[in-house]
Design a binder for this molecule. Sequence first.
Ligand SMILES: [Zn+2]
Length: 265
Amino acid sequence: MDLDISTQAKLPTRFGDFVIQSFLQKSPQKENVPQAHFANQPKEHLVVLSENIAKILAQNLQNFEQNPKQDFANKDFCVQDFSKQDFKKVDSSQKDFGITDSPNVCQKTFSDFVPLLRVHSECLTGDVFGSQKCDCGGELALAMQKIAQSDKEGRGGLLIYLRQEGRGIGLFNKVNAYALQDKGYDTVEANIALGFSSDDRDYAIVGGILEYYGIGEVELLTNNPKKIEAISRFVRVKRSEIIIEANKHNQKYLATKKAKLGHLL
Ligand SMILES: [Zn+2]
């Protein structure tokens, strides 16, 4: 996976103080898809870390920089499943970051607790404009609250914000899908009518990001079984539900998510 990683910056929010870092994903050209298509555009993702987690990661980097050659693999503080992964330096100029399984370096990070994780796919209409057609904005706010609260309690977590608008079809197609929904299609039927699958999201980058931070186990805030399955390929996952109240506009959407996409609502 071809990733560029920014340096970190502070982000005070109405939920609490966070640290942010951006990952630039250069998509490989997909076959049979025009180059200008959303799927082939580079994507800028955002990771929002609670202060406690950011501090642990910084300490971890420092330990690694002081002892880059040390073999920690058999030390009892190592977390077993990711004890042999490489830990890479945060550097905005870093190129070609990929999932590796080579060096014998244990990054002690989260052996004392499991961080909360929300993997949130971009929904411009819901996250920014307060759309009530879906539950994205409410889920995003609730996840930020939960992570901030958890940080106050000495734990903390991170939110990985993936720029895959409209379950991976892009904003332009999403608006066309909404127009079909105005004519009575449900969210799945509309995507399919436009030539997409019911869910085109891709979580591969989450594996790269979690590996980069040396996180081997998470408490995942989600109702989506596909997301649990996808992220379980990279780290140990314990699921925590994230439930917001339905309104008259999104009742049908939530019912479709439950019936057709298997969401645990
Ligand atoms: Zn949404």
